[in-house]
Design a protein around this ligand. Sequence first.
Ligand SMILES: [Zn+2]
Length: 92
Amino acid sequence: MEPNYRRCISCRRTAPKQEFWRVVRSHSSNTIALDQGMGRSAYLCPRSQCLKAAQKKDRLSRVLKAPVSKQVYETLSQRLLAETTSLSKTQH
Ligand SMILES: [Zn+2]
């Protein structure tokens, strides 16, 4: 894998890390954070397909070795919805 390339935990696609959502288990607080923080990280394509697959199999918890609450998945799906909405707005 090239430097700064990461792998999606759902579809195993590799891409530059900025193309992915990053979910982090913070070292210091042991809590789950999105986008920033130092700690064990999981990467996910910003696609509903990958999000759903990850949620179904609870992949984030497995990769991060910590329980990931439903809220994290919900926050990400909200983000996806917001993006879809703004995209359709720009098209009109
Ligand atoms: Zn993916």
